[in-house]
Design a protein around this ligand. Structure first.
Ligand code: PLP
Length: 484
């Protein structure tokens, strides 16, 4: 989907491949992006590119204005294909290569990938490529736009396999996934469910939807996840379940949590909304408790726009979740409702997106890891910046790269840094405010670690299509703000 301005630009910098250096200079001047494209006019195919630097060197080397532009010595052109993903194209950029012509299958230039065009750095933008477009188009053309259709089954199957679980049930969001899981596990009024306070609001809200009460527990300093040492003191005769959240993609201490759960006869639910593909002691998260829930919201690591998934090994639970998801309708008898259910289904269009995303999940995770390593390396020695800590038994799936700011050592507080970054078109976000402090809960508890994280945590741009130069820009801005 190339915009009209880019089409016009391509036209203005394209010259016949037999043109002179002088014509190339005129085209470079007309386009204003420092290069001209050599095109075989007869076939309209790409024949190379010349930059203003190439021409300067050629002229200094004795070439004349009328010598053919194609004959001057220059490096091989870096080009890419239209089906190449944004992140792959991004990896080709460097100090010397800031513009990359994108060719179609007929070897014609159809787009220009430009490094400089990325002024605003969003927190986490989805990368929707040709495959997503083609699957969604297939779903639309096939007429299956609602919640029946082959992409739903394909997405559920792919996701179950990925998590190593027997069943996966797609839902309309991560929040509805949590709600359905809790309902299917018979969590209800007067029950209590233990949740970390340091999480996104849904973790607690889903508990309330069932009539049960969320009981907030503090986090541990290291991974920011629920502190297993503090769980037992919160257990009462009403406690039915523990929700373990893998916050920002770092797995919670599942062995300890499972031990407490089995000792006290509690259910374990994973809220893996931020942790697609994270490993706990070599095992993918999602299938480490009784049931696992994921989110595919637009800024999550895998996206379907809005959407969620429940994974489990338990066939009865899976069946119950499917019934609850579909208005509580009997699988045997149409329009016969055996329980109070919901419409929490995912559409086939969303699942089409999801299948395309799952087919490239390895590259999405690799990009997140590359970004996270680059941040950690660049920010390691900045006073007052605390980097995310990984346990050695964990493989984090970085959703948002999140640091904490020690205001004293850094010289400014978190909010000041955030505002500074915003003024530089860098979308940094505060860590989640602790749920026990939110107006709708406000329990009056004092949970030190959670509150500290909420006050000092800052998520940095973490989109998979970030370039090295983008991450550089963020780190340079942070350092500059500290130094001034
Ligand atoms: C995003 C998120 C959710 C909710 O997912 P939605 O798809 O937005 O409903 C739940 N829990 C956590 C920890 C999340 O980050």
């Amino acid at each position: 989907m190339v915009d009209a301005a880019t089409k016009k630009l391509i036209k203005s910098i394209s010259i016949d491949d037999t043109s002179s250096i002088k014509s190339a200079m005129a085209a470079i001047d007309a386009g204003g992006i420092g290069l001209a494209l050599l095109v075989n006019t007869k076939h309209k195919t790409f024949a190379g590119l010349v930059t203003d630097g190439d021409i300067r060197r050629a002229l200094l080397g004795g070439a004349g204005l009328s010598s053919p532009a194609a004959s001057i010595p220059r490096p091989n052109a870096t080009i890419s294909q239209s089906e190449t993903s944004t992140s792959e194209i991004a990896s080709l950029f460097s100090k010397a290569i800031r513009i990359i012509p994108i060719l179609n299958n007929n070897n014609q230039v159809v787009d220009l990938a430009m490094m400089e065009s990325r002024l605003r750095l969003p927190i986490a933008e989805p990368v929707i490529g040709e495959k997503e477009l083609s699957y969604v188009t297939e779903a639309i053309l096939g007429g299956w736009v609602s919640s029946a259709g082959s992409f739903i089954t394909r997405f559920e199957k792919l996701f179950a396999e990925y998590c190593g679980s027997n069943y996966a049930i797609a839902t309309s969001s991560g929040t509805t996934a949590l709600h359905l899981a809790l309902e299917a596990l018979n969590i209800t009024t007067n029950d209590e469910v233990i949740v970390p306070s340091f999480s996104f609001i849904s973790t607690a809200n889903a508990v309330c939807y069932t009539g049960a009460q969320p009981i907030f527990v503090d986090s541990e300093q290291e991974s920011w996840n629920i502190d297993p040492e503090l769980i037992e003191e919160s257990i009462t005769p009403a406690t039915k379940a523990i929700i373990a959240v893998h916050i920002y993609g770092h797995p919670a201490k599942m062995d300890a949590i499972r031990n407490i759960a089995s000792k006290n006869d509690l259910i374990v639910i994973e809220d893996a909304a931020e942790a697609h593909g994270a490993l706990y002691k070599g095992h993918r998260v999602g299938n480490l408790g009784d049931v696992g829930c994921f989110s595919f919201y637009g800024n999550k690591t895998v996206t379907t726009g809005e959407g969620g998934m429940i994974v489990t090994d338990n066939p009865d639970l899976a069946e119950k979740i499917r019934i609850l998801r579909d208005h509580g309708m009997s699988p045997e008898k149409k329009y016969w409702h055996i329980v109070l259910g919901y419409n929490y289904r995912m559409t086939n269009l969303q699942a089409a997106l999801g299948v395309a995303q799952m087919e490239k999940i390895d590259s999405l995770l690799a990009a997140k890891e590359r970004i996270s390593l680059q941040y950690s390396k660049a920010l390691r020695n900045v006073p007052g910046i605390n980097l995310p800590q990984d346990n050695d038994w964990a493989v984090r799936s970085t959703w948002l790269y999140t640091i904490t700011i020690n205001a004293k050592a850094f010289g400014k507080n978190r909010d000041e840094l955030m505002e500074f970054l915003k003024s530089h078109e860098i979308d940094a976000r505060p860590a989640f405010p602790s749920i026990h402090k939110q107006p709708i809960y406000n329990t009056g508890q004092k949970l030190d670690v959670a509150e500290e994280l909420s006050n000092t945590g800052l998520s940095l741009p973490s989109s998979v299509n970030l370039l090295d130069t983008d991450v550089d820009r963020v780190c340079t801005a942070i350092k500059a703000f500290h130094e001034n």
